[in-house]
Design a protein. Structure first.
Length: 496
């Protein structure tokens, strides 16, 4: 046998061994049917599933199976997924998930992801996928119009709000030509309620040594523009370089919207880059009653919205927009010899507007739902959440709880002040009571040293009955803890 023949035989043998990677049509239908069956069972059982399962032990199933030791059938894989992944801890698809800033994960996005993965579009550059890139750009144009930016604005669908904020911070730095030598004198302004991912973004961008100026907020946790102007004046006086204002449209803790229009006045007059983190609040611009509170968004230099929160997408998509698109492009465009055939005539490519080259094709997970359902159900769903939060806020107060200010968005704060004993300890025990029940899951925060519970009503599946259930559980928790002070008197008073 000649060398060439032996080589050909070897290649054919390897091809045969790799064949499972390309299942045939019959096998594909079997795999898809089994997966769809699992998903249907999951969704059908969702109303009865806890929002939080405190038994975490089943997660160990993943380690027991390991990776690469043996192959499993699709039934076994899905069974393991159900036991070890879908069951323990947080059920982020649940209507009862009222903690942090959730979203739920709409079904049409899963279909978009499925098709994107099977067709494996290369949506990093328009040369490879003019339609895929156009899809992402049109989705971003829709967000641009919602914000009120001009046509020359550009944006990017990133992996999440943190990465989107990072892209904005990097762009601000490049656009303002802030060199390494300028960093120690550059001042960044925000309130204490700005999301921690912005401090992380600054650090990752090499800007951890900028001066961080904490600006005072009003009695509703909104940045005070007068305090901002004063801080800038004092910093100029001290020879520093006021550089960047970070405002929030919907703080994670309390849902406060900073007065964007008035802050824009200050930022414009002082020549600072003005970034708004609207990861949580931005899409509420779809709700007529909230839109006025977001006035001035169109005057910012950059903004972040998080479709995996308030467009209810499954996790994995945040969006950044920059009002002057040239700044985003200049901060990210690179040329490479091996890409010389990739001509740039079909519109802006994500690769020229973000740190990524080859990337997850995120367009379909946003575009499928928006085309399938239209925008109106999203607007209605967001408005429903606003009204549910107003309802919760007044009903929890009517039951004797102390409450935070009227909610700007869909976060409400509350706590029970016990007849005697330490209120922080009581409310810590109350939060644990709610989450051990598990039907709803709430989170807590510290506001000026006070331990408070919060609900964030953002999952698209959360409706009136879930809010009523939350009120019932809270009432019962208070009654039990008031009757059994020994259950909370020994609690440490401050959070771990
Ligand atoms: C969630 C959130 C972020 C971070 O976004 P991720 O998508 O979790 O990375 C940033 N800012 C605000 C206001 C948020 O609510």
């Amino acid at each position: 046998m000649g060398d060439a023949t032996r080589l050909r035989d070897r290649i054919r043998e390897l091809e045969a061994r790799a064949a499972p990677l390309e299942p045939d049509g019959v096998e594909r239908r079997r795999l898809l049917a089994a997966t769809a069956e699992y998903v249907e069972g999951f969704l059908a059982g969702l109303p009865d599933r806890p929002a939080f399962e405190s038994d975490r032990t089943t997660a160990a199933g993943i380690d027991e199976v390991g990776v690469g030791k043996r192959s499993l059938g699709i039934g076994e894989i899905l069974g393991l997924y159900e036991r070890a992944v879908a069951t323990p801890a947080l059920n982020a698809a649940s209507a009862g998930h009222l903690a942090y800033i959730p979203g739920g994960g709409i079904y049409a996005s899963a279909l978009g992801d499925y098709v994107a993965a099977v067709t494996n579009e290369y949506a990093g550059v328009a040369y490879a996928s003019p339609g895929g890139v156009a899809m992402e750009n049109r989705v971003l144009d829709w967000m641009r119009d919602l914000v009120g930016y001009p046509d020359e604005a550009r944006g990017n669908l990133a992996a999440g709000g943190s990465v989107a904020n990072f892209i904005a911070v990097h762009t601000a730095r490049e656009a303002t030509a802030l060199g390494a030598r300028d960093v120690p004198d550059a001042v960044v302004y925000s309130t204490a309620h700005v999301h921690h991912c912005l401090a992380k973004a600054l650090r990752v961008a090499g800007l951890g040594e900028t001066v961080s100026r904490t600006v005072a907020f009003d009695d509703r946790y909104r940045m005070r523009p007068d305090a901002l102007a004063e801080a800038i004046a004092a910093d100029r006086e001290a020879g520093l370089r006021p550089w960047l204002v970070l405002a929030s449209a919907g703080t994670t803790d309390v849902g406060a919207i900073d007065p964007i229009d008035e802050i824009a006045d200050v930022a414009e007059a002082e020549g600072l880059w003005f970034h708004v983190d609207a990861a949580y609040g931005g899409f509420f611009a779809l709700v007529d009653s909230v839109r006025p509170k977001l006035a001035g968004m169109e005057r910012t230099d950059s903004i972040v919205l998080d479709p995996h929160k308030t467009l209810f997408l499954p996790y994995g998509t945040g969006a950044v927009l920059v009002r002057n698109g040239d700044h985003l492009r200049n901060a990210h465009t690179y040329e490479a010899n091996y890409m010389q055939d990739a001509v740039h005539e079909e519109g802006d490519s994500p690769a020229d507007l973000s740190p990524e080259l080859t990337k997850h094709f995120r367009g379909p997970r946003v575009w499928f739902p928006l085309l399938l359902h239209g925008v109106e159900p999203f607007a209605a769903c967001l408005e429903e959440k606003i009204e549910l939060t107003r309802y919760f806020h007044r009903e929890v107060r009517a039951r004797g709880f102390e409450v935070g200010p009227d909610p700007d968005l869909t976060v409400a704060m509350y706590r029970w002040v016990p007849g005697e004993g330490d209120a922080n300890a009581f409310n810590r025990a109350l939060a644990r009571y709610v989450n051990e029940d598990g039907r709803v899951f709430v989170s807590t925060t510290m506001i000026d040293g006070t331990y408070v519970l919060r609900v964030a009503i953002v999952v698209f599946r959360t409706h009136l009955e879930h809010v009523d259930l939350t009120l019932q559980i809270l009432e019962r928790g208070v009654a039990e803890l008031e009757a059994h002070p020994e259950r909370w008197r020994t609690e440490p008073a401050s959070p771990e």
